[in-house]
Write a protein that binds this ligand. Structure first.
Ligand code: TYD
Length: 235
């Protein structure tokens, strides 16, 4: 296993997109729509998710979502999410990007920044160092932040789960937690506008899918097309 992916990952030719946001924002549905739409355009694309996305990381997922790790505190939790991320990058994301594929990932390092960092009260310097040694240069080209008032998100998450079913470790937190989570994501988007696009997730699935596609067309596909055009003109 790589100890520092920035030094050892193969050269990257594909495009890396992440979807982020609070509970019930519809990320997994939108990941499916987006991959299907990319594939329909003849682009090779895979979907994946965190925590998980590779056999080793899926083992850690069960542990992380069980609630058992919460007792260890936000720092240990952040390190375990990061450990799962190393396996995910090494075995799924980096090989796909090296093969020229698009990778669409449901949650990534911004989740650690928002949940363990901002909400867990971790030192930003610690998080930056952790991200440097785990993510390295496998940073997303584009991050879509699905933004939703927390009341609607929690309602949707409860509907999805079905009445009476147990909540996972994070869905069980209260409304104030989810409002702070939303703020944390909006702060990430404001700090990195060149990477992040905020999408209003309160609209219908089809409208959200279109907003995501517009952002991708504008930021990545049109940019690609004009770069190719410039290359042709230059030739
Ligand atoms: P999941 O069941 O995948 O839910 P969701 O549909 O909300 O993505 O649960 C993932 C949970 O793990 C979610 O509550 C956010 C949390 N999480 C972190 O706290 N830190 C992380 O780095 C990641 C990737 C996820």
């Amino acid at each position: 296993m790589n100890s520092d992916p920035s030094l050892t990952n193969p050269p990257r030719r594909g495009t890396f997109i992440t979807l982020e946001g609070g509970e019930g924002a519809g990320k997994s549905t939108q990941v499916r729509y987006l991959v299907a739409r990319l594939q329909a355009r003849g682009i090779e694309a895979i979907s994946t998710r965190e925590p998980g996305g590779s056999p080793g990381a899926e083992i850690l997922r069960d542990l992380l979502l069980s609630g058992m790790i919460k007792a260890l505190g936000a720092k240990a939790e952040a390190i375990l999410f990061a450990a799962a991320r190393i396996d995910h990058i090494d075995h799924t994301i980096a090989p796909a990007l090296a093969a020229g594929k698009w990778v669409v990932c449901d949650r990534f390092a911004d989740s650690t920044r928002a949940y363990q960092g901002t909400l867990g009260g971790l030192d930003p310097g610690f998080l930056r160092a952790l991200e440097r040694v785990t993510v390295g240069d496998t940073r997303p080209d584009l991050t879509l932040i699905l933004d939703l008032p927390p009341e609607i998100g929690l309602e949707r998450a409860a509907e999805r789960r079905g009445a009476g079913a147990p909540t996972d470790r994070f869905e069980g937190e209260d409304l104030a937690f989810h409002a702070a989570l939303r703020k944390a994501y909006l702060a990430i988007a404001a700090a990195e506008p060149e990477r992040c696009v905020v999408v209003d997730a309160a609209h219908s699935e089809a409208e959200v899918a279109q907003a995501i596609w517009d952002a991708i067309s504008h930021r990545l596909l049109d940019a690609d097309a004009s770069a190719q055009g410039e290359a042709l003109h230059g030739a």
